[in-house]
Design a protein around this ligand. Structure first.
Ligand SMILES: *[C@@H]1O[C@H](CO)[C@@H](O)[C@H](O)[C@H]1NC(C)=O
Ligand SMILES: *[C@@H]1O[C@H](CO)[C@@H](O)[C@H](O)[C@H]1NC(C)=O
Ligand SMILES: *[C@@H]1O[C@H](CO)[C@@H](O)[C@H](O)[C@H]1NC(C)=O
Ligand SMILES: *[C@@H]1O[C@H](CO)[C@@H](O)[C@H](O)[C@H]1NC(C)=O
Ligand SMILES: *[C@@H]1O[C@H](CO)[C@@H](O)[C@H](O)[C@H]1NC(C)=O
Ligand SMILES: *[C@@H]1O[C@H](CO)[C@@H](O)[C@H](O)[C@H]1NC(C)=O
Length: 436
C-alpha cells in the first residue's frame, strides 16, 4: 500500500470492508449542493461560486454543508478529449476559469468541489464518459482539486451488461444461481475500476455511486464507494412515477425496505433533495428532509439558493435533523416499526409507506411519524411499543421533544398522540425524565 494515500483500502477479507479514509471523509453522509435538480445543463461557473458564497452567508457551511457539486454538462461536447493527453476538455464558455479555477475559488471559501462523470461511454446528457478512461480521468479530476465524484450509469455498452440484470423497480429480474454475489457483476466491475483509479491518486475523493440500485449495489457498495444511489431519479412531487423518475412516497417506501443497508462509511443514497422545488408543499418538504436525514441519506440540496424563501431555508437548516443524520456514534438510520418491520412491505405499495420509524442518536430515541393521507390525522404511539423504550415500565415518564420547533412538548406517560397535517412528518425525540 502506498504511503500518503488520501484513501486506503484495507486488505479484502471475507466480510465487506469499506473504503476508510484517515481524515474521515465518507464516514458520515455527505452534505452539500448539486446543480442538476434546479439547473440541469444550464450551468456556468458563476452558479457554483454564488452557491459557495450563499453557503457561507446563509450559515449552511456552519451546519456542515460542504460540497458544491457540478453535475452533468460541464465538458466540451464537441471536442470531448484532448487528442494528445486524452483528458476530458472542460467547456470554457461555461467555465472560463476551467474546473481547476473553480476548485480554487470554492476551496478559498473553505468548501469542497464535486464533479460528475459516468461509468459508460457517454454521460446521461451525451457528454464524454469515463468507462475505459478511469485512470486518466481520476488523475485529471484530482489534479484539478476535485473532492467528490458522482459517477452515473448511462450509456453502458452491450459487453458491459450484467449477466444477471437486477433493477430494483422491476419484478421480472433474472434469478442468479444460489450463492451468486452481485459484487462479481459487470456493474460492480465498472464502479470498482473508478474506485481503484481514485485510490491511486494522492487526494481524498468522496465517491458517490449513482448506480440506481442496479446489481443490488447495497450488497457491494461499501467496498466500492461512500454512498450509492438506490433507485431512479427523484422529482419534486409527492407521489407517482414518470418514466425513470419518482415522487417522494415511492422512494420513502423503498428506503423503509432497505433501512439496514446503511451504516458508517457506506450510505444508501435516495437522491438529491427537491426541497424548494416544483409543487412540494411545506409539509411535503418537511417529510422529504426529515426522512432523508433519518435514513442517513446524503443531504445534497437541489434548489436555487438565490431568492430561497425563509420557510424552505429553515427546513434545510434544521440543526437537530442534520445532527441526527451526522451523529458520530450511531451510524444506522431509522427503521420502521409496527408496520413494515416484521411484516414485509407489499411490493405494490407506492402511496403509503410505513408511518412509524424509530432510531437512536447521542441525544436519545427519535420517532418519525409520517401522515401519508390527504387529511390531518392523529397518530398515537404507545411507549411500550417503541423499540428502545420497551420494557422501561408503564409508569415511566417521557419528555417528548419536537425537532421541528426545537422545543419540548411536555412530559407523557403511556403514550403520545401527534396531530399531523396531511403529508407532514412529526420528528420527535424521546427521553425519560431521568435524562435517558
Ligand atoms: C487535435 O485537436 C486540436 C484542437 O484541440 C486540433 O486542432 C487538431 O487538428 C487535432 N489533431 C488531430 C490529429 O485530430
Ligand atoms: C500527497 O499530498 C500531500 C498533501 O497535499 C503532500 O504533502 C504529499 O507530498 C503528496 N505525496 C505525494 C507522493 O505526492
Ligand atoms: C437487514 O435485515 C434483514 C432482515 O430484517 C436481514 O436479513 C439482513 O441480513 C439485514 N442486513 C444487514 C446488512 O444487517
Ligand atoms: C461499511 O464498512 C465499515 C467498515 O468496515 C463498517 O463499519 C460499516 O458498518 C459498513 N457499512 C455497511 C453499510 O455495511
Ligand atoms: C404542479 O401542479 C400542477 C397542478 O396541480 C401540475 O399541472 C404541474 O404539472 C405541477 N408541476 C410540477 C413541476 O410538479
Ligand atoms: C396490492 O396487492 C394486494 C393483493 O393483491 C391488494 O389487496 C392491494 O389493494 C394492492 N395495493 C395497492 C396499493 O395496489
Amino acid at each position: 500500500m502506498r504511503a500518503n494515500l488520501g484513501m486506503s483500502l484495507p486488505v479484502m477479507a471475507a466480510t465487506a470492508a469499506a473504503i476508510v479514509s484517515p481524515d474521515g471523509t465518507g464516514r458520515l453522509p455527505a452534505l452539500g449542493w448539486n446543480s442538476w435538480n434546479e439547473y440541469a445543463c444550464d450551468i456556468s461557473e458563476d452558479v457554483f461560486i454564488r452557491v459557495a458564497d450563499l453557503f457561507v452567508e446563509y450559515g449552511l457551511q456552519e451546519l456542515g454543508y460542504e460540497y458544491v457539486n457540478i453535475d452533468d454538462c460541464w465538458s466540451n461536447r464537441e471536442l470531448r478529449r484532448d487528442n494528445v493527453t486524452g483528458r476530458i476538455i472542460p467547456d470554457y464558455v461555461k467555465f472560463p476559469s476551467g474546473i481547476h479555477g473553480v476548485a480554487e475559488q470554492i476551496h478559498a471559501r473553505g468548501l469542497k468541489l464535486g464533479i460528475y462523470s459516468d461509468a459508460g461511454t457517454l454521460t446521461c446528457g451525451g457528454f464524454e464518459g469515463s468507462l475505459g478512461f478511469e485512470q486518466t480521468d481520476a488523475e485529471t479530476f484530482t489534479e484539478w482539486g476535485v473532492d467528490y465524484l458522482k459517477y452515473d450509469n448511462c450509456n453502458v455498452p452491450e459487453e458491459w451488461t450484467d449477466e444477471y440484470i437486477f433493477y430494483p423497480e422491476h419484478t421480472d429480474n433474472a434469478v442468479p444461481p444460489p450463492g451468486y454475489w452481485y459484487g462479481d457483476s459487470r456493474t460492480a466491475e465498472r464502479y470498482n475500476a473508478m474506485r481503484d483509479a481514485l485510490l491511486d491518486q494522492n487526494r481524498t475523493v468522496q465517491y458517490s455511486l449513482c448506480a440506481w440500485g442496479h446489481a443490488r449495489v447495497e450488497t457491494w457498495g461499501n467496498e466500492t464507494g461512500h454512498s450509492w444511489r438506490m433507485w431512479g431519479d427523484i422529482v419534486p412531487e409527492w407521489k407517482g412515477q414518470y418514466t425513470y423518475s419518482w415522487g417522494l412516497v415511492p422512494i420513502i417506501t423503498q428506503a423503509a425496505r432497505h433501512w439496514n443497508d446503511t451504516d458508517f462509511w457506506g450510505h444508501n443514497d435516495w437522491d438529491m433533495l427537491e426541497v424548494g422545488n416544483g409543487n412540494l408543499t411545506l409539509a411535503e418538504s418537511r417529510t422529504h428532509f426529515a426522512m432523508w436525514a433519518a435514513f442517513k441519506s446524503p443531504l445534497i440540496i437541489g434548489t436555487r439558493l438565490e431568492g430561497i424563501t425563509q420557510p424552505v431555508l429553515d427546513i434545510l437548516r434544521n440543526k437537530e435533523l442534520i445532527e441526527f443524520n451526522q451523529d458520530p456514534v450511531y451510524g444506522v438510520g431509522v427503521r420502521p416499526f409496527n408496520y413494515g418491520c416484521h411484516i414485509p412491505i407489499p411490493n405494490n405499495e407506492t402511496e403509503h409507506p410505513p408511518s412509524h420509524y424509530v432510531g437512536s442518536s447521542t441525544k436519545g430515541i427519535h420517532l418519525f411519524l409520517i401522515n401519508s393521507y390527504e387529511s390531518e390525522r392523529s397518530i398515537e404511539v404507545a411507549f411500550e411499543e417503541v423499540p428502545g423504550l420497551r420494557g422501561l415500565g408503564e409508569d415511566e415518564e417521557y419528555i417528548v421533544h419536537d425537532m421541528w420547533t426545537g422545543k419540548d412538548i411536555g412530559v407523557f406517560k403511556g403514550s403520545y398522540t401527534a396531530a399531523i397535517e396531511s403529508h407532514d412528518t412529526a420528528a420527535l425525540r424521546i427521553t425519560t425524565i431521568h435524562g435517558e
